[in-house]
Design a binder for this molecule. Structure first.
Ligand code: AMP
Ligand code: MG
Length: 353
């Protein structure tokens, strides 16, 4: 029975680009992506949008154009992004920024403060140093890690709001040369929220957005039942879920995990992409967090918050993370060592495993 369930789950797992797995029987039974969906590589990840019966080329174009636009603002890897302009001016000038960048930076600072810097949008120098998402990742020397850590400090990101209704939202200033923003832990969530506002405006009845595992379910399934979202089994192949979340539309699920982006060092050890900045759980500062957490999945109406919380709660560990999620009106699941599942009561109530 268990095996059969596993097979069914695997069969229904499609477009698995992150830790979350969409369970869409119709598309799977055809063995191909449904005509009512589109997949593209944007914002450094595989993005899939399912609009079902409301899908049409013009609307898909609009949604993916919006994602490309967001990439051109927020990319930490492109030299011509708005974010790169702030980084290039570190230690030199405050930079006038768009309302979009300002909004996300403000929210990132909120979570930096709430986590006492365990979540930090100025993590850029450390992320670059490790090169984890690049094709040349490496374990840096101690002195390099110390030098990068010295440049990571959210309190030295200064945001000044502009006057109301001015064409620019305000300015952003990284106070020391070499500092760099990296919004990889929050921006896919912001993007999902932006796509949802287009869905709302276009009066789309039901949809699923999956931005590299950053999921938003919208509206009702055709049979009126809740959406099923599988949570990746940390020890298994991509697409094998450890359990299923049942979700009513109008909500986001965002996950962070040890195997989302990682590399294996010469010593055979795996290094993932979420950095320990505060020694919260016994891991080393400047190294990937090692506190027994394998993954988090955060459920909230705001995908931006769910995204920031997924990373924050991952580094904070179970005890502090449960408190932080609750304080921000979110539900959370943790998968910890030995594949144990823990979570907030609201999350456990809708999780089957
Ligand atoms: P996520 O997949 O949402 O958990 O975000 C992970 C990404 O956020 C990484 O690939 C880095 O770009 C960035 N990041 C890594 N560690 C941190 C941290 N401690 N605080 C904020 N962002 C981080
Ligand atoms: Mg995140």
């Amino acid at each position: 029975m268990i095996n059969q369930n596993k097979m069914i789950r695997k069969c229904f797992s499609i477009a698995v680009s992150g830790l979350l797995i969409l369970l869409l029987p119709a598309a799977c039974s055809k063995g191909v992506l449904s005509a009512a969906s589109r997949v593209e590589f944007v914002m450094g990840t595989l993005c899939r949008i399912d609009l079902f019966e409301d899908g049409n080329p013009a609307l898909y174009n609009r949604l993916f154009t919006r994602l490309a636009e967001l990439e051109s603002i927020f990319s930490a890897n492109r030299d011509d992004s708005e974010l790169a302009r702030v980084n290039h001016n570190a230690g030199l000038n405050a930079v006038a920024v768009s309302a979009e960048l300002f909004t996300v930076l403000e929210r990132a600072l909120y979570f930096a403060e709430a986590t006492d810097g365990a979540f930090d949008p100025t993590v850029g120098p450390l992320v670059k140093l490790w090169g984890i998402a690049t094709d040349h990742p490496r374990v840096p020397a101690d002195w390099e890690i110390d030098a990068a850590l010295a440049l990571v400090n959210w309190e030295e990101l200064e945001l000044v709001a502009g006057v109301k209704d001015a064409p620019i939202a305000g300015t952003a200033f990284l106070k020391r040369e070499g500092m760099a923003l990296d919004l990889g832990a929050i921006v896919k969530g912001y993007a999902a929220d932006e796509l949802v506002s287009i869905l709302r405006e276009a009066e789309v009845t039901r949809a699923i957005i999956d931005l590299g595992g950053n999921i938003y379910v919208w509206g009702k399934k055709d049979n009126g039942e809740p959406w099923n979202v599988g949570i990746q089994d940390p020890g298994a192949e991509r697409g094998d879920s450890i359990g299923i979340l049942e979700l009513e539309g109008g909500i986001s699920v965002v996950s962070s995990g040890v195997y989302e982006r990682f590399f294996t060092g010469d010593n055979g050890k795996r290094y993932h992409h979420i950095m320990e900045l505060r020694e919260n759980g016994g891991g080393r500062r400047g190294y990937p967090a090692e506190n027994g957490v394998l993954s988090t999945a955060v459920i909230a109406a705001s995908s931006m918050d769910a995204d920031a919380l997924s990373t924050s709660c991952f580094v904070l560990g179970v005890e502090k993370g449960l408190v932080l999620a609750a304080a921000n009106g979110a539900e959370i699941l943790y998968i910890i060592e030995e594949k144990r599942v823990l979570g907030s009561p609201g999350a456990m109530a809708i999780f089957t495993y």
